[in-house]
Design a protein around this ligand. Sequence first.
Ligand SMILES: [Zn+2]
Length: 285
Amino acid sequence: MPLMNSKYLLERARKEGFAVPAFNIHNLETLQVVLDTAKEMQSPVIIAGTPGTYKHTGVSELVSMMESACASRNMRAILHLDHHQDIPDIAAKLNAGIRSVMYDGSHFPFEENVANTLKVAQLCHEMGASLEAELGMLGGQEDDLIIDAASACLTDPDAAVEFVSRTGIDSLAVAIGTAHGMYKSVPKLAYPILEKIAAKVSIPLVLHGASGIPDEDIRKCISMGIAKVNVATELKIGFAGALKHYFEVHPEGNDPRDYMAVAKQAMREIVLSKINVCGSAGKSL
Ligand SMILES: [Zn+2]
């Protein structure tokens, strides 16, 4: 079964008022947790990996794992490139079969972001892949991508209209006050900005940095046009926290089948809760 793009699923999500959760995974176990939970909840799901994740797993290894894991569960899911910035690298991953891409040129000046995003959009669309791009800039850290608070800026609604029409992207990542990583205090989201963007831009909108955002805020964003919600940090914390606790209680433990089971269970609870917040249960592909 070929890997899918995310265009039609996200368009449907925005139209029907739910969001597709995108979970960052890092290995076989974290992939299994997300797919098993999504299957159980009959939820569509996006499996996301940053450049660092694909480097860690190997591109062909992750593609093969994804294909065989979906086939053995008789389900469909989307494998996605999260925060990719290197165009030849994106092209190579398209050639490896991946059909859902996020190009992040948000750190460039507007014209440069437009020019690069347009180039990637053409590349993706030729291959039948979908493209998400970002305007405005989230603070925080996602792998090697570190943006300090002073450089972070919210998405300008009028610039968003121009960006979407000049690039032909399929979904738009917006900066409305969320950040990557966990928050020291709960951020205040810029709802008036999201409202303006949603009124002017009809393609699905994407919320990055959802780890640690209260459920009611995520639900409100979804009701306003967010169709994809990215979750990464919260999963890592849950998985690693369960492992740490396991080894505190079982310092002699050494069987991956035992300690991975505990970590998977902890991560499953988070995946389950995000699927519920996204309202995506029962909407499977
Ligand atoms: Zn992100």
